[in-house]
Design a protein around this ligand. Structure first.
Ligand code: FAD
Length: 382
């Protein structure tokens, strides 16, 4: 593997970092306190190209490889995970499914405005009774003439309150994964209700919602790809999504490291900067190594995917390691800052709260271990 980024990637990363340091970093604490990011940031993110990463220009994208996309997620994760989620769900979990499996009409209607930042999308897989066991989902899409009537409840849906369209996984057939189809459902249709979930531990600036669909009528052209392939599409997109989470966690660890070094080199105790004590350097060294290891794991998964090789297990390894490392690094960063780490004058307590969800969504750490264990042993332990 070539560990050099190309010129375009280096330039994009630089541009992304400068933009986010100016437009996001100064506001993230307030957005967190308000439980609402300023949605005025969306057209600006689109202008830089965040919503079109690794989508061809003919569909409003800016091109680039999966690694380019993941570099964008790393920079967003360094700046603010709430903003990262807006992009990674709208583009990464929904736009990419439309690109891979949608009709030309669906690409024009939804993918182009998603890439332009004119429309936001959300991904509706999880239900109140079915999280890790998503293949057991209960939402139903029933044929009615040329239409489908969709009913069911989705929970913990990122972008749920803001999205113009939801990619909803619903059952068109029997029990099990092969009975699930994917539908693009405009969120303003009759029977579509959205309830924002307040009081989250982290990602407080982001809208996470419950979606309740009661006989929402969509034409058959709203189905993405083939009937019965919805669960497969969801799992495919989550494989790449996990790389995005690993990249975002790498950015979060990077932020913990930068905050810790900046503070420890200034803060004096016992007559010397605390950075000069070996026990403080131990914490900084842990963060530094985990940051590099997380980055290398997600780069490797991207490299496999970009060369058309199988990458699912590499994506699970990257997501498992980087998310656990992000929780650890943010906890260490609070420790380095002492009492100041515990209050929101400094960003590390927010980094700690934001990191916590990373081991839960897009497959918990236990689910990643079962996937890796299955790949190693050939035995399905689910
Ligand atoms: P459960 O599946 O009930 O798991 C509970 C515990 O049991 C976990 O520790 C889990 O690892 C463990 N467990 C479960 N099964 C096994 C097993 N076989 N072996 C060992 N341990 C097991 N979903 C979406 O569809 N779209 C979104 O946009 C989205 N965004 C989210 C945003 C946030 C902030 C959060 C918190 C969640 C989001 N989710 C979203 C849902 C998320 O993907 C689920 O919460 C996650 O998959 C876990 O499901 P669960 O919460 O039902 O937990």
């Amino acid at each position: 593997m070539d560990l050099q980024l190309d010129e375009d990637q280096i330039q994009f990363r630089q541009l992304a970092r400068e933009f986010l340091d100016k437009e996001v970093v100064p506001h993230r604490q307030q957005w967190d306190r308000d439980e609402q990011v300023d949605l005025g940031i969306i057209p600006k993110l689109a202008e830089i190209g965040f919503f079109g990463l690794s989508v061809p220009e003919e569909y409003g994208g800016v091109g680039g490889s999966l690694l380019t996309y993941a570099l964008g997620m790393e920079e967003l994760g360094r700046a603010d995970s709430s903003i990262r989620g807006i992009v990674s769900v709208s583009l990464g979990l929904v736009g990419k499914v439309i690109l891979a499996h949608g009709s030309e009409e669906q690409k024009q209607e939804w993918l182009v405005p998603i890439c332009n930042g004119e429309k936001l999308a959300c991904f509706g897989l999880t239900e109140p009774g079915n999280g890790s066991d998503a293949a057991n989902l209960q939402a139903k899409a029933v044929r009615d003439g040329d239409d489908y009537l969709i009913s069911g409840t989705k929970i913990f849906i990122t972008n749920g309150t803001w999205a113009d369209v939801a990619l909803v996984m619903a059952r068109t057939g029997d029990k099990g994964p092969k009975g699930v189809s994917a539908f693009l459902v405009p969120t303003d249709l009759d029977g579509f209700e959205r309830n924002t979930i307040h009081g989250k531990l982290g990602l407080r600036g982001q809208a996470t919602a419950e979606l309740v669909l009661d006989n929402v009528r969509v034409p058959e052209s709203a189905m993405v790809g083939e009937e019965g392939a919805g669960f497969r599409y969801a799992m495919e997109t989550l494989d790449k999504g996990r790389i995005g989470i690993a990249a975002s966690c790498t950015g979060l660890i990077q932020a913990c490291l930068e905050e810790s070094v900046a503070y420890a080199t200034q803060r004096e105790q016992f007559g010397k900067p605390i950075a000069s004590y070996q026990l403080v350097q131990d914490m900084i060294a842990e963060m530094s190594v985990d940051c590099d290891a997380a980055r290398l794991l997600y780069w490797r998964a991207c490299d496999l995917a970009d060369r058309g090789e199988r990458f699912s297990t590499a994506a699970s390894k990257a997501k498992l390691f980087a998310s656990e490392a992000a929780v650890k690094a943010s906890n260490l960063a609070v420790q380095v800052l002492g009492g100041y780490g515990y209050v929101d004058e400094y960003p590390v307590q927010k980094l700690m709260r934001d990191a916590r969800v990373m081991t839960l969504y897009e497959g918990t750490s236990q689910i990643q271990k079962l996937l890796i264990g299955r790949a190693e042993t050939g035995i399905n332990a689910f």
